[in-house]
Design a protein around this ligand. Structure first.
Ligand SMILES: Nc1ncnc2c1ncn2[C@@H]1O[C@H](COP(=O)(O)OP(=O)(O)OP(=O)(O)O)[C@@H](O)[C@H]1O
Ligand SMILES: [Mg+2]
Length: 474
């Protein structure tokens, strides 16, 4: 399919509008000489090859505008099979470009003498007009191409990430999942709340994938990751020349890109106030206006947003708009922190052990009782993300098939004192001593280094050696 054919409905609507202003017929032909759009008699010929291709062929190959002032006499028409019965009197044609290549022709046609006179009288103006129309089509081709390129890229990311599965048997998590599944089919705005790493993003993906919009890509925006001065153009797009440094042809915004799909506004609490105002308008009016653009573009989107901030407090402090808050907070879903649903830990650990076994070609079968106790009594400030990272670390370093207490990173063991509840004081101190010593000395340490360490710790060399031996650190 030629580039112009891909945007055929757009071109046809466009051509009809021009024809009614000019009171002449207008047609667009692509680089295979197939009529993409047309008005008047040519409406019926859309999709078929133009029979009298000489003139258009010339415009296509030279990339220069052309005019036929009088069909009966014009050299371009000599040899045309249609010449004897052609109803065209005059024709003004302008090339359409895509990245410097001619991809088609747009032309104004006079069928009546009056139209011909008008065309000849205003040739310079009409040429200017066609040039402008051609540039508009070029920019439409450009944005559509940029859009499909972006969608392709996103598709790759999307399929790579599709292998998610939600783990969570705790009543709190089950409740969140129940609401998520229930509202997936509707278009209502969902507001995901929860600390960092509690699964807000995978919940957003789940809702989108269960919705009727699932065959389109969910467009995610991390409001905290975009520099403040760029948020607006990222979200709403801009027209060519909207500001210094604006790209030629302008740029499509994420909202437009999310048309007929879901937009995920992550870290919404980090959205600057002036953008909040604009967002509110988009949500109310269901249309976006590009920066520097004159006409609003209607959009059909489903919004899911997320934050780990105390948004109510932000509203009270005036850093988050109250009206926007009410607009977004239609279906709040709270994702509880891991420390409030410890029963989810064992299944999550198993889930990630299986995941990393496969990924790293390991055969870890589980976690020792002591290690599990310690993991259970740790607070998990980084929630599931932290757990996932720890299991990845363990899967990399563990040599046996079971994860032992001694394999756990120090900060977890030291911060989860309750894990020692059925240990003797000797065991706890011993474990601590081992960790201290192993962090101070490399297995390859030289005699001098060991002597120096004994001195620093103010113990005898013999004691140091005894301890190193006891903890298999020699
Ligand atoms: N219930 C769960 N089951 C399986 N994996 C989970 C679950 N919750 C979170 N994860 C995983 O934990 C990691 C963090 O989750 P996610 O990115 O969704 O968190 P978040 O709430 O968006 O965090 P942040 O606020 O930091 O952006 C991801 O790799 C995700 O797949
Ligand atoms: Mg997130």
């Amino acid at each position: 399919m030629t580039p112009l054919m891909k945007i055929q409905p757009f071109i046809q609507a466009y051509v009809q509008a021009i024809a009614s202003i000019l009171e002449s017929d207008v047609t667009v032909v692509d680089n295979e000489l197939i009529r993409v759009a047309g008005t008047g008699d040519y409406l019926a010929e859309i999709g078929s090859t133009v029979s009298h291709g000489n003139f258009f062929q010339k415009v296509l190959s030279t990339g220069e505008y052309g005019i036929i002032r009088n069909v009966a006499e014009d050299p371009n028409c000599v040899g045309c099979e249609k010449r004897s019965y052609c109803r065209e009197l005059a024709n003004l044609a302008y090339p359409i470009f895509q990245e410097q290549t001619v991809v088609g022709v747009i032309s104004i046609i006079a069928f009546q003498e009056e139209q011909r006179e008008n065309l000849l009288k205003n040739t310079a103006k009409l040429e200017e007009f066609l040039k402008y129309m051609s540039v508009l089509l070029e920019s439409k081709l450009y944005t559509d191409q940029a859009k499909s390129r972006l969608e392709e890229q996103l598709k790759v990311v999307h399929t790579a990430e599709k292998a998610w599965s939600f783990v969570g048997k705790s009543p709190k998590m089950q409740e969140a999942l129940r609401i998520g599944r229930k509202v997936a089919k509707s278009d209502s705005t969902v507001f995901l709340r929860g600390e960092s790493g509690t699964g807000k993003e995978i919940m957003a993906k789940m809702i989108h994938n269960l919705s009727d919009r699932h065959d389109k890509l969910m467009i995610s925006i991390n409001c905290a990751a975009i520099p403040e001065n760029l948020v607006e153009s990222e979200l709403f797009g801009y027209e060519e020349g909207a500001f210094t440094g604006a790209r030629k042809h302008g740029s499509i915004g994420k909202f437009e890109l999310a048309d007929k799909s879901t937009i995920f506004l992550d870290e919404i609490g980090d959205m600057p106030l002036h953008v909040q105002t604009k967002l509110l308008r988009v949500l109310q009016e269901k249309q976006v206006e590009r920066i520097g653009g004159r006409k609003p573009i209607p959009i059909d989107i489903r919004v899911i947003c997320a934050t780990n901030k105390n948004i109510e407090q932000m509203v009270a402090e005036g850093t988050f708009r109250e009206d926007l808050y009410y607009r977004l907070n239609i279906i709040p879903i709270e994702l509880p922190p891991l420390r409030m649903r410890k029963e989810d830990l064992p299944p999550l650990i198993d889930h990630y052990i299986a995941y990393y076994n496969q990924k790293l070609g390991k055969n870890i079968t589980g976690v020792s009782t002591q290690a599990l106790q310690t993991l259970m009594s740790y607070d998990w400030p980084g929630n599931v993300r932290e757990l996932k990272n720890i299991v990845e670390y363990l899967a990399n370093i563990v040599e046996n098939n079971i994860i032992e207490l001694s394999d756990l990173p120090d900060h977890i063991v030291l911060r989860s004192r309750k894990g020692f509840s059925n240990w003797s004081l000797d065991e706890i101190l011993g474990d601590y001593e081992k960790r201290v010593l192993s962090s101070l000395i490399k297995p390859s340490a030289t005699l001098e280094e060991k002597n120096a360490l004994a001195e620093t710790l103010q113990i005898s060399r013999a004691t140091l050696y005894r301890k190193l031996k006891k903890y298999s650190l020699l």
